[in-house]
Design a protein around this ligand. Sequence first.
Ligand code: SAM
Length: 286
Amino acid sequence: MTGSGRGGVLVVVATPIGNLEDISPRALRSLAEADLVVCEDTRRTRKLLSAGGVATPPLLSANDHTEAGRVGAVLARLRRGETVAVVSDAGLPGISDPGERLVRAAADAGFEVTVVPGPSAALSALVVSGLPTGRFLFEGFLPRRGAGREERLATLATVEHTIVCYEAPHRLARTLGDLAAALGPDRRVALCRELTKLHEETWRGTLTEAVARVAEVAPRGEYVVVLAGAPEAPVVDDDRLVAAVARLVADGSTTRDAVAEVASAYDVSKRRVYDLATGPEIRLQP
Ligand code: SAM
């Protein structure tokens, strides 16, 4: 299909994460009609298209290393008014996969970018995890080593949303061990394996149990790790803080010392305790 005359269009197309039946009729039509399909692995995309009964359009490979170098060629096609589709090996392009750079370049150059939505391992795992789905953080793959990994783990420990991570099977044991150390042994976790495939399985438990489980049964296949968020810090009400300061002052503390002690005991700011204890309606002498 040549362009509409309004300029080219970049179409981001989702493909199955394991089960070929999950390709949508619109995805197949979009790929068949594209002037060019940018894909990670041309053999894999060819197989997908032939399974869907679609003649293979011209393909251009782009992986993590080569995507930036393909931007010029893709923009040139879009300038000619052509339709360029982007797929990755599985799921949604741009989600821990190539695609993001092409989308940004096309959008920055003023071309229309549109999506044919479909499977993604992250959302599929989230919805079967049994963990809260209302707010979540997609973490993708953790940095493999070094300070970057340490820092990311420390940050994740405080996140109150459900957390979704990708991990390779041979790194799963180490990652679960690191997560248990950083997030605490009792944090709930779901290990979602081989979603949509023959050996699909979702295991749920604590991080300690997960570490034991992968030590017992060697991980095989593709995994998404879904973690419960950090428990919310309990809300301490104002009256309680004022009463605690008053007690300490009655026992002989200065207001200043009492404020510091209460702030630290309840893990709230000194400013808040001080303002409550000495504020206009209140209560104690500064
Ligand atoms: N773009 C893809 C998407 O939207 O899901 C993700 C690509 S990323 C390179 C591959 C990772 O996704 C795997 O290492 C695994 O963590 C996860 N994954 C992909 N397919 C999966 C499946 N069927 N079951 C479980 N995890 C899967």
